[in-house]
Design a protein around this ligand. Structure first.
Ligand code: NAG
Ligand code: NAG
Ligand code: NAG
Ligand code: NAG
Ligand code: NAG
Ligand code: NAG
Ligand code: NAG
Ligand code: NAG
Length: 615
């Protein structure tokens, strides 16, 4: 009897013990323990990551998440082009630096610590399970960041996410195990399918991980060399409609596609909502604005909607997050002294001068676009700031010291731009436009090219600014017209057709400004582009008409200057063609302008202007 009770108690005790010990050993809680003397640590290893809609469908964003370059993912993943888009669930191998980290006297965990900046609505749990796809756990994040209060995270806070990993021990190395790849066990997985995927064996996986793996737990797959994945071929021009190759992934793709379409729909709704909002607010103000209802005022409409900040927070991947107090301090509370123009201020933050632009709802589009582009002739975005109190968003750019081209051309400055400088500006802007038109995926249309959106740096090199109206991707027709009078392409005004050719038109107007020194639209409301038509038409007196039309300060009488100017005017006229399809592309324009540059630089050769204009 006594024995039985003892036995019972014993079992109970064992049961409690085993429950308890399971709770402690359960690896996904605080992480995988390690001892420094056993493993070869630190080591370089890899995690298996699945491209995921909507934020992680390109190597750049996955690279940002793991602080590695695109190439460092592309090479081990057997992806040939770093810029091509990914399809949802596409297999990636991301390199990490794994090490055994001592937490306290009794606990060391093996992980790769990744810096992550907290964004709106992030929690340790959500970032671990969504962004990092369960390659870590929120409990482990808490252990590794003991000073942070998980329930009180602030946007912009830096958190170390411990990505689970293991380094092979000496015995494993001797047994040809080069890497232990971190892989999250999926609902559809079994050991043999994982072994096949990575070129390992079921037994080897069980040896390392035990037999009791739960779904979404990390398993370490021992391999002697990296597996080579066969990657789907993705048509570079159509990121949302991948050409399918693998049959087993089709389901996921369809899901990804519908998620994508869902998001598009959501955005459409959003745009419609804003449109409706704008319409009603316009109606209210119609009395006031009756005679100045010009397209250019639309950008300034007050459409503050705090919900939209959610949308904004999605596009904040790789920028520095500034605090509102930093901005207030830098600008002395947005003092007039630091005002540049419009909603733009400047200020020193940590000794560096920045331009600070206050935005409303349209910040998101600009952020999304700017994070895709990076070119010397585009103004660089450095960071952003969201003021939680009034829902304002601030974009922080590099400060471009010499101000806008508009101010150089049209305000009474003592210094004038020489023809050489103007030509340089034209080529710089053309290069920037060529980049956004030809080398971004999807193509970006700036939609508001004008001399006040072209800034000149300390070396008088030009940079395109203000992507606030820019569009990327699919929508070819827009319902609301934005842009600036005098620069807007006629087909856009009448039909709302958005294409790269509307930037070409506006660029043509900028060329005319550079040559004539006149405003794109004069006091009587006459547009500059309508005045250039006759100038080069008849051969007789062409040069005289050109000299008459040119900026006074350029009339120096150098004959090669006139040739060069005439060439630029002919490029401008081609850009201003009424039929968008007959306008040249930016590639052609860059080429033609470089020719003008050669013409002007090369004094030794005597070109016949007629020949150039016949081009
Ligand atoms: C490694 O260190 C632990 C204590 O930190 C010790 O218990 C263990 O025996 C050591 N193992 C080896 C292989 O030296
Ligand atoms: C993470 O951030 C800290 C400080 O912010 C920095 O010292 C460390 O080098 C960063 N680590 C990585 C891997 O970027
Ligand atoms: C991570 O695990 C949770 C359950 O713990 C699951 O709901 C979620 O879908 C997983 N995330 C991914 C990306 O698989
Ligand atoms: C070590 O840290 C772990 C996790 O934070 C904790 O559970 C444990 O009690 C700590 N041990 C000691 C001896 O401080
Ligand atoms: C949350 O954090 C902020 C600053 O990070 C601090 O001022 C505040 O007191 C914290 N609140 C709680 C409840 O801990
Ligand atoms: C090495 O691998 C073989 C087969 O994969 C296994 O039988 C053996 O136990 C391993 N040795 C060690 C030391 O892990
Ligand atoms: C493992 O999964 C594959 C399909 O993914 C299936 O064909 C196979 O029968 C499964 N093996 C076991 C042992 O369940
Ligand atoms: C690497 O990917 C290409 C397609 O991008 C594929 O043709 C090739 O077979 C892959 N390599 C291996 C070893 O699977």
């Amino acid at each position: 009897m006594k024995n039985r009770v003892l036995c019972f108690l014993n079992t109970l005790f064992l049961f409690i013990l085993s429950c308890d010990s399971q709770a402690v050993i359960e690896p996904t809680t605080s992480g995988y323990t390690c001892s420094l003397n056993q493993t070869i640590s630190p080591c370089q290893t890899y995690v298996y990551y699945r491209a995921a809609s909507p934020d992680y469908l390109d190597l750049a964003s996955v690279g940002d998440l793991f602080s590695v370059s695109r190439l460092m993912i592309a090479n081990p993943s057997n992806i040939s082009s770093v810029s091509s888009p990914l399809v949802p669930s596409q297999s990636l191998l991301v390199p990490i630096q794994c090490s055994c980290n001592r937490i306290n006297s009794s606990l060391s965990i093996s992980y790769a610590g990744l810096n992550y900046t907290i964004k709106k609505d992030n929690t340790f749990y959500l970032v671990s399970s969504i962004q990092f796809q369960n390659l870590t756990s929120y409990q482990s994040v808490e252990v590794v960041n003991p000073s942070l209060v998980p329930t009180n995270l602030s946007i912009g806070e830096n958190v170390i996410f411990p990505i689970f990993c293991k380094c092979p021990d000496k015995a494993q190395v001797e047994n040809q195990t080069k890497y232990l790849i971190s892989y999250v066990f999926q609902p559809f997985d079994n050991f043999s399918s994982i072994a096949r995927k990575f070129g390992s064996t079921t037994q080897a996986i069980i040896d390392v991980n035990g037999n009791n793996i739960k779904t979404f737990q990390t398993v370490f797959v021992p391999v002697s060399r990296l597996p080579v994945f066969t990657q789907p071929v993705v048509a570079a021009a159509a990121p949302t409609a991948p050409v399918s190759v693998k049959t087993e992934e089709n389901k996921d793709k369809v899901r990804g596609l519908s998620v994508g379409l869902g998001i598009c729909g959501l955005l459409l709704l959003l745009v419609c909502g804003l449109w409706g909002y704008r319409e009603t607010s316009m109606k209210k103000k119609r009395g006031k604005y009756k005679d100045e209802e010009k397209p250019q005022v639309i950008q300034k409409k007050k459409a503050v909607d705090v919900d939209l900040m959610d949308d904004v927070s999605d596009c904040l991947d790789k920028y520095r997050v500034f605090g509102i107090d930093e901005l207030v301090e830098a600008t002395e509370g947005f003092d007039e002294k630091w005002h540049v123009q419009g909603s733009v201020y400047k200020g020193y933050i940590n000794g560096i001068l920045y331009a600070i632009k206050k935005m409303k709802w349209n910040a998101c589009e600009e952020l999304k676009i700017l994070q895709k582009v990076n070119h010397g002739n585009l103004v660089k975005l450095e960071g952003f700031c969201i003021d939680p109190e009034d829902g304002n968003c601030y974009l922080i750019y590099e400060y471009v010291e010499n101000g806008s081209l508009h101010s150089w051309l049209h305000s009474s400055r003592s210094e004038q731009l020489t023809w050489k400088m103007r030509l340089r500006v034209a080529i710089d802007v053309a290069n920037g436009l060529q980049y956004i038109h030809e080398h971004t995926q999807p193509r970006v249309v700036h939609k508001d090219i004008k001399s006040s959106n072209i800034l000149l740096d300390g070396h008088m090199r030009a940079k395109i600014a203000n992507f606030g109206l820019a569009k990327s991707g699919c929508n070819a027709i827009t319902m609301h017209i934005v842009g600036t009078q005098g620069y807007i392409a006629p087909e856009y005004l009448t039909d709302g057709v958005v294409s790269t050719k509307m930037d070409v038109f506006s660029f043509g107007v900028v060329l005319l400004e550079l040559v004539s020194g006149r405003e794109a639209i004069n006091e009587e409301g006459k547009v500059l582009w309508s005045t250039v038509d006759g100038i080069l038409e008849k051969k007789d007196g062409k040069m005289e008409r050109l000299i008459e039309w040119m900026d006074d300060s350029l009339r120096t009488g150098e004959s090669n200057l006139l040739d060069s100017v005439a060439n630029v005017v002919s490029v401008a006229i081609a850009c201003l063609h009424r039929d968008p399809s007959r306008r040249p592309s930016m590639v052609d324009i860059v080429y033609a302008l470089c020719k003008s540059d050669d013409l002007f630089s090369d004094l030794s050769q005597d070109f016949s202007p007629g020949m150039i204009l016949a081009r």
